[in-house]
Design a protein around this ligand. Structure first.
Ligand code: C2E
Ligand code: CA
Ligand code: CA
Length: 854
């Protein structure tokens, strides 16, 4: 709206200047003489003499002669006495006339004859001016008269003025300034939009430049300036430019208008109409080259009327339809069309000559040019505003996207159920802690709720979810009390010490050196964690197993640390005691272990394993009563302790074929013992996993019955703690072995938490007291008490007692005094290969029995 106000201010100023000039022009200095005329039809002829004597002269009665488009020759008779000065100037203010002959008659005689017109080169003119000027002198004594003979193919208008030459140049200079202002405005508009076009490369601005330029050419041709300045040598070009200017201006203006109003989008039908009008104008423009000036000029002006009408109506129509550009357009084109219409009407002779009618098109086009330039600038402003708004919207969208991203990151780092940080978050925290203080030892712990699947099956997933939430909150607060605990994440609201690793698994980090100094805190926390959860009035045992891996002892990278804590969590120790540390020897998942597994498999299949034998001595008789078969893997570069080898076999399922191999080999060894004259028992170690094999008792029975000579001579050793993992099934298996006559021995007795009531039910005949209680028996009084009571208790239950790991004669003597039945240990010999055992046995038979062992 501001622009429209500016426009009206400008337009007002321009109109005032226009009328101001007219007022100036009306001041004395020229005369518009009362003239007489004769129209001579093209078919007639009339020379000067005939004209002078003709009685066809008619008065114009003060009117300016304007005959419109006629083919007649017009004679004008101009009285010149109205101007007082001797020097006089006659001006015809219409530069388009083709052919003018000027006659100055002095007392009825021709004094001066000048031929001119725009069909002759410009240079030929008496006074080189865009209008036709004729200068002459008069003598007050004589009688003068000017006769003009005019022929033209265009509009026949002959606005004649008589001037005192002095005042003429004053008035003319003002008028030229007016024109200069007009041209200046248009040239300014042209350059302004040209620069915009060059900057933006938007076709619309170029079309506007071309449209304005063609108006400039049109007006310049109309008032003779282009002829004077651009092509004074070429009347043809001048005339051609004159007839071409209108259609060319219309073509570019139509093209500009459809771009400006965006008709292709807003009104496709009107767009089509505009295109047709453009095509007709192009056709007319082409026609001007082949038709004569008269036809061409009439045609172009005739076509200009509907074209301008179209340009005028499409503004308001678009305005009504809400096209934001149409307001400017309508006003601009309204003014131009008005100006053009006034000029056109003036050409056809409908309206008399005046400044406004003569310059209507100029005033209109100047106003139009200014207004549209403002509109284009406004459009530019709007577009920039639009871009700014779009940019703002983009920034808002970006901010929204960013916060969504943050939410996603937050989600990506948290467990949706427990709200705790997740594994990724824990990993990040661990890496951060390690990076910050690489020398600080860290314990990475994993808590797995092993009873959760059972609870889910009983109570359903929804309750499990709820339970997990409760457990998460409780465990978080329990571990937060641990000395040396590290926060996984701190938010504004709270600190998290616990992370959710998997649905039923949590993780946390403690400084290993700090926590190891306070073992009671660990025990207390473990107790708290293992307490059943109170849920809906039920006491639900979650049976949590905790495993831990230490940085940098067990691994130095986050991934391996967590993985190893998981392995520890899955170990038997974690199951039995609630907490276990990672043990590399028990890790069946490391890459080394994987190759070891395949090597063990290979060794088993290709008989690379061996059985060593360790004698068992009766303390009463001092006789060797049996041998224990112990597995060995002799030809390995890096020897593997038997218990590690067995643990590996247990973890990988190889224990089944391994035990079978041991049993079958033991039978073979026993056969060879018999051959050598030693009818000794052989004790074979059985893994608890074997007891879980459903067909194990059957297998043993079959084996024994096919080797009936060894019946009762193969003793199976089972560790006490191992049976506690699955007491019911172990007992069932042992019972069924026992009933088929296979003697059983309870191995490693006293190393774990014994349940005497359970042991009482075992169908064993022998108990082996664990090495850990025996080896230091001589120095440990406490151990002596335990061993003594164990021996007595076992005897009372009817078991024979074997002490293993006897290394010194003191220990042997102590055990003898305590009433122990048998011993095993390095005091006799370490386990030996079969051939060495035969040698040892022979040796012992001949020398050893009598001598003091040790
Ligand atoms: P174990 O059944 O308790 O076997 C006795 C272990 O004590 C043997 O270790 C033996 O070499 C060792 N030993 C014997 N006398 C002494 C002594 O005076 N001092 C010390 N310090 N140690 C002594 P080994 O052979 O390394 O076997 C370790 C464990 O591996 C065995 O403990 C047993 O549980 C298991 N194992 C060995 N062979 C087999 C097997 O064929 N099958 C199964 N299932 N387990 C086996
Ligand atoms: Ca054993
Ligand atoms: Ca043992």
């Amino acid at each position: 709206m501001r622009h429209i106000a500016q426009f009206f201010a400008l337009a007002g100023a321009l109109i005032m200047m226009a009328f101001g000039t007219q007022a100036n022009a009306a001041s004395p200095g020229f005369a518009e003489p009362d003239m007489d005329y004769i129209r001579v039809a093209p078919s007639e002829q009339m020379d000067l003499r005939e004209a002078l004597t003709s009685d066809r002269w008619q008065s114009l009665e003060g009117e300016s002669p304007n005959f419109g488009y006629i083919r007649d020759t017009v004679w004008l008779r101009v009285p010149v006495s109205t101007i007082p000065s001797d020097r006089k100037l006659l001006e015809i203010r219409y530069p388009q006339l083709d052919d003018i002959t000027f006659y100055l008659m002095e007392n009825g005689v021709v004094r001066q004859r000048i031929s001119t017109g725009d069909h002759l080169p410009f240079a030929q003119r008496q006074i080189r001016h865009r209008n036709f000027l004729f200068s002459f002198e008069t003598d007050p004594q004589s009688d003068y008269q000017v006769l003009l003979r005019i022929r033209t193919q265009g509009a026949m208008q002959i606005p004649v003025r008589l001037w005192d030459p002095r005042t003429y140049f004053e008035a003319t200079s003002i008028e030229d300034q007016m024109h200069a202002i007009y041209y200046g405005i248009l040239i300014m508009v042209i350059f302004f939009n040209l620069f915009i076009f060059l900057a933006l490369r938007e076709r619309m601005y170029l079309l506007y430049v071309l449209s304005t330029l063609s108006y400039l050419m049109f007006i310049g041709s109309l008032n003779g300036s282009t002829y004077q300045l651009l092509w004074p040598e070429s009347p043809w070009l001048h005339n051609q430019a004159m007839v071409l200017a209108v259609p060319v201006a219309l073509i570019f203006t139509l093209l500009f208008s459809r771009a400006f109003l965006n008709l292709r989008v807003t009104s496709p039908r009107m767009d089509k109409l505009v295109w047709y009008t453009v095509l007709v104008n192009v056709a007319v423009a082409v026609t001007t080259f082949v038709t004569d000036y008269s036809v061409a000029s009439r045609l172009t002006v005739a076509l200009a009327i509907p074209s301008c009408l179209l340009l005028t109506v499409m503004g308001p129509i678009q305005w009504i339809r809400g096209n934001p550009q149409a307001g400017y357009y309508t006003i601009a084109w309204g003014l131009l069309t008005l100006g053009s219409a006034i000029t056109a009407a003036n050409k056809y002779g409908f309206v008399p000559n005046s400044f406004v009618t003569a310059y209507g098109i100029e005033i209109g086009s100047a106003l139009e040019a200014i207004l549209l330039t403002i509109a284009l600038a406004a459009r530019l402003y709007q577009e920039r505003e639009g871009k700014v708004r779009a940019r703002e919207a983009e920034i808002t969208a970006m901010a929204a996207r960013r916060s969504a991203e943050l939410r996603l990151i937050e989600q990506a780092l948290h467990n949706p159920l427990t709200g705790l940080p997740n594994r990724a978050c824990l990993e990040m925290t661990i890496s951060e802690l390690i990076n910050r203080e690489p020398d600080k030892r860290l314990s990475i712990a994993v808590i797995h709720l092993s009873n959760l699947p059972a609870i889910t099956k009983t109570l359903g997933h929804r309750n499990t979810d709820r339970l997990l939430e409760l457990a998460a909150r409780r465990f978080n607060s329990i571990v937060s009390e641990l000395p040396g605990i590290c926060t996984v994440e701190t938010t504004d609201q709270q600190s998290f010490y616990l992370a959710s690793l998997e649905s039923a698994t949590f993780g946390f980090i403690v400084e290993a050196d700090v926590i190891s100094e306070t073992p009671r805190a660990i025990v207390r926390a473990l107790e708290e964690i293992r307490k059943p959860l109170d849920y809906l009035g039920m006491q639900l045992p979650l049976d949590p197993h905790t495993g831990s891996a230490i940085y940098p002892d067990h691994a130095t990278d986050t991934n391996t640390l967590i993985r190893r804590a998981f392995i520890a969590q899955g170990s038997d120790d974690a199951r039995d005691r609630g907490l276990a540390y990672y043990q590399p020897s028990r890790d069946s998942y490391s890459a080394d272990r994987l190759t070891l597994v395949s090597e063990l498999q290979h060794a088993l299949q290709h008989g690379e394993l061996a059985l060593y034998l360790q004698p068992k001595l009766s303390l009463k008789t001092r006789e060797v009563v049996g041998l224990e078969a112990l597995i060995r893997w002799p030809d390995r570069k890096k020897p593997i302790p038997a218990d590690e080898l067995i643990a590996l076999a247990e973890q990988t399922g190889l224990i089944k074929p391994l035990t079978r191999w041991v049993l079958e080999n033991s039978l073979e060894l026993r056969a060879r013992l018999l051959e050598n004259g030693y009818p000794l028992n052989i004790s074979v170690n059985i893994s608890p996993n074997n007891l879980r094999e459903p067909d194990f008792p059957l297998y043993v029975q079959r084996l024994m019955s096919s080797h009936h000579t060894h019946r009762g001579a193969i003793i199976l050793e089972v560790t006490e703690t191992s049976m506690m993992q699955d007491p019911v099934n172990s007992l069932r298996a042992l019972n069924s072995l026992h009933t088929t006559g296979i003697p059983l021995s309870i191995d490693d007795f006293g190393s774990g938490y014994s349940s005497l009531s359970y042991i009482k039910r075992l169908p064993a005949s022998e108990i082996k007291i664990d090495r850990s209680l025996i080896t230091d028996l001589a120095s440990q009084a406490g151990d002596r008490v335990i061993v003594q009571t164990t021996i007595e208790m076992c005897h009372s239950l009817g078991y024979a007692v074997v002490a293993e790991g006897v290394e010194s004669s003191e220990t042997m003597e102590l055990l003898e005094k305590m009433g122990c039945d048998m011993i095993q240990g390095y005091i006799l010999t370490p386990p030996l290969p079969f051939d060495d055992v035969i040698v040892w046995l022979g040796d012992y038979k001949h020398h050893g029995r009598g001598r003091k062992l040790g």
